[in-house]
Design a protein around this ligand. Structure first.
Ligand code: ACO
Length: 430
């Protein structure tokens, strides 16, 4: 430890004390390095990782108290306003916005990989038609590793880049295939003359008998939804990807593990849960009864789309989505009762002391579900679209971790509270 290294002193139960290095990042609270604690007689205890930084990262910064989200230093508001999803992908993966040539090359490389192997169709055919699309996604994304043995050397930079491109390019194709399979329609091949978002909507809604012509407002909003979900630092699914990747697992397997973690209603499943909640509320007059349930500690019901582990202020992505929500509803001419319920719920909750005291604000999922519903995307596809968008974030973090010198397997410890050592009891004596 250098002389000017800041330290924190930890007094241990055996009267020993330890000097622990304190690091400061570009922004955010300083962190105490407890990495050497295992050389003493104690560990730290932090279930849910509320106070633990699991890694150093250069990719994304969130200031939850002030509602700030930066990707590689750029505010999310500016990226959502002036950028395209693939440009944001390049930024997240490479650290800088692309120049004209870099952008064109990156777009060409992504579109080069949009097709999936024809044999993957057999995987789809093995699923029941009513399977949840996230169940299918966990399977088919993991299965990609069976097709790309040529790029699975995780220590090879070129292989890692190739896997990243393949994942970003194929996710829309696979996501749309999930939908087509569920409704019994033929799969639509990707169109490389279309933008990323346009191609996705085309694969979702075109038929051999009907050319889908996406409304430019919907295409732009879809692209914005992709941007707003592209990365969010060390959330549950990204941490899962890092943890899986720390063992040396291949990127397709790691992304499949991220999809599984994202599926839960406390994470990526929330936008689906928001729609179910709004449908259950049915009419604005029922809002007070649902708010009462949300505040009742004996009732497991929570207001879906409200609250965030990190944001204790308005989620900046939610502000952007709120505006897009109005644009889309106007563009498609939907007068959706659900949106009325959502706005009234938002209004009432934002004035309620329970939510104010706990700093529970609407999160991005509160609005994205309504937008996707208006675009015509079925509810069970919402988390698939989140997974599609977040793939670049997962890959960027996985890549950053693999490229970190001294990277080792992540292996948390535990506080054991089970039975003390005892002797085996034969079956006839139990
Ligand atoms: N409705 C009602 N009460 C809530 C809600 C909610 N949505 N969220 C938190 N609270 C309450 C908790 O009961 C707790 O109350 P208490 O202090 O009286 O015990 C307090 O607010 C603090 O909440 P925590 O559970 O400590 O917050 P945590 O950080 O663990 O959870 C989470 C964050 C999971 C997002 C939670 O707010 C939640 O379940 N929200 C609904 C689901 C949701 O919208 N998820 C999307 C997250 S964003 C994303 O993944 C893109």
């Amino acid at each position: 430890m250098s002389d000017n290294q800041k330290t924190a002193t930890l007094s241990l139960p055996n009267n020993e004390s330890l000097q622990l290095p304190v690091y400061e990042g570009t922004y955010g609270a300083p962190v105490i390095d407890i990495g050497d604690l295992n050389k003493s007689s104690v560990f730290t205890f932090d279930p849910g990782f509320r106070s633990t930084a699991s890694c150093r990262s250069d990719i994304t910064f969130i200031d939850g108290s002030n509602g700030i989200l930066l990707h590689r230093g750029y505010p999310i508001e500016q990226l959502a306003e002036s950028s395209e999803y693939l440009e944001v992908c390049y930024l997240l993966l490479n650290g800088e916005l692309p120049n004209e040539t870099q952008k064109q090359n990156f777009y060409d490389e992504v579109t080069h990989h949009t097709l999936v192997h024809e044999q993957l169709i057999n995987f789809f055919n093995g699923f029941p038609r009513n399977a949840h699309p996230m169940a299918i996604m966990c399977g088919v994304v993991g299965a990609l590793s069976a097709f790309y043995h040529d790029t699975l050397d995780i220590q090879n930079d070129e292989h890692r880049t190739n896997s990243a491109l393949r994942l970003i390019a194929k996710m829309p194709t696979l996501a749309a295939m999930c939908y087509k399979y569920s409704v019994g329609h033929p799969f639509i091949y990707p169109r490389n003359d279309m933008s990323y978002a346009e191609n996705f909507l085309n694969m979702m809604f075109s038929l051999p008998t009907f050319d889908y012509e996406p409304n430019p407002v919907l295409t732009q909003t879809m692209d914005k939804i992709f941007i707003l979900h592209a990365d969010h630092e060390q959330n549950a699914s990204t941490s899962t990807v890092r943890l899986a990747g720390s063992s040396g697992a291949n990127p397709f397997a790691c992304i499949a593990s991220g999809i599984a973690a994202l599926w839960g209603p406390a994470h990526g499943g929330a936008n689906e849960a928001v729609i179910h909640m709004l449908e259950a509320i049915e009419h604005p007059k029922n809002i007070p009864a649902f708010l009462k349930r949300a505040k009742d500690k004996d009732d497991p019901f929570r207001l879906m789309g409200f609250g965030h582990r990190v944001y204790k202020n308005f989620d900046p992505r939610a502000k952007i989505m709120r505006k897009s929500c109005h644009d889309v509803l106007q563009a498609v001419g939907v007068n959706d009762q659900l949106f009325d319920i959502a706005l009234q719920l938002e209004d009432i909750a934002l004035k309620d002391s329970y939510f104010l005291d706990r700093k529970l604000y609407p999160n991005v999922d509160f609005y994205s579900g309504i937008i996707m519903k208006a675009i015509g995307i079925p509810t069970n596809m919402f988390s698939v679209i989140f997974a599609l968008s977040r793939t670049v974030g997962w890959v960027a973090h996985w890549n950053e971790m693999i490229g970190t010198p001294g990277q080792s397997i992540s292996r948390p410890r535990q506080l054991y509270t089970g039975a003390a050592k005892r002797d085996f009891v034969p079956l006839n004596q139990r």
